[in-house]
Write a protein that binds this ligand. Structure first.
Ligand code: B16
Ligand code: MG
Length: 217
């Protein structure tokens, strides 16, 4: 049985991916190309500068280091503006309820997000206190699929990787969980998250996990 749950933020607890992608689309437009709908998946869970490099790669555009910093800062300003008004109502279905139920049962919880904006988003959603540890993109610089963000979460909770379950919507995040020796529950579609140990459509369906062999103490 598992004793700790590590959660990705974007795509698991709140749907901020749409805002990330809209902001990147504007970056591409500025550079004279456009992003296809399928490109969104490539950018999920990936840190800001890595995401920018992916966007530039798609457009076949090369820019200086200074220009990369400027483009990333500009994208972030657009993103922060877009999420500055999110409210607790915008949490994904079942997310708050599942976090509360885990904590009621004594399961440890941590956030493991690549986003530097994660603490601000948790505050706006009023769920900061539902996490025993918060690891975000400013704490850990190695981006998923590097396992660092989840290993740091486990460490902060005092849990071994084998005691942790990771909830992730991104391919890179599922790879990060596995690289850290953790089981990965995919949030989304089984056709996309083929490497996940189990896939559920959202945390509203987490009740089905025990029937699939994932049980918390
Ligand atoms: P920021 P997660 C990730 O959040 C997003 O999925 C990814 O699209 C984004 O590039 C990354 O955070 C960095 O975000 O620019 O706000 O620091 O899924 O790991 O919670
Ligand atoms: Mg995510």
């Amino acid at each position: 049985d598992y004793r700790a749950a590590l959660f990705d933020l974007d795509g698991v607890i709140v749907d901020t991916a749409v805002h990330h992608f809209a902001a990147w689309r504007q970056t591409a437009a500025e550079l004279g190309f456009s992003l296809a709908d399928e490109d969104e998946e490539l950018l999920k869970g990936v840190g800001r500068m890595d995401a920018l490099r992916i966007v530039l790669g798609i457009g076949g555009v090369e820019v200086s280091e200074d220009e990369q910093q400027r483009l990333a800062a500009e994208k972030n300003a657009r993103y922060v503006e877009a999420i500055s008004t999110i409210t607790p109502d915008e949490m994904l279905p079942g997310a708050r309820e599942y976090l509360v139920s885990l904590r009621d049962r004594g399961v440890l919880t941590a956030l493991g997000s690549a986003s530097r904006n994660a603490p601000m988003i948790l505050q706006r959603l009023e769920i900061t206190d539902l996490f025993d540890a918060i690891i975000d993109g400013s704490v850990v610089s190695e981006a998923k699929p590097n396992p660092r963000v989840f290993l740091a979460g486990a460490e902060a909770l005092g849990a071994a990787p084998a005691d942790c379950v990771v909830f992730e919507d991104a391919i890179a995040g599922i790879q990060a969980a596995h690289a850290g020796g953790m089981i990965a529950v995919g949030i989304g579609e089984p056709e996309v998250l083929t490497e996940a140990d189990v896939v559920i459509p959202g945390l509203h369906a987490a009740g089905s996990l025990s029937a699939q062999g994932i049980e918390f103490v």
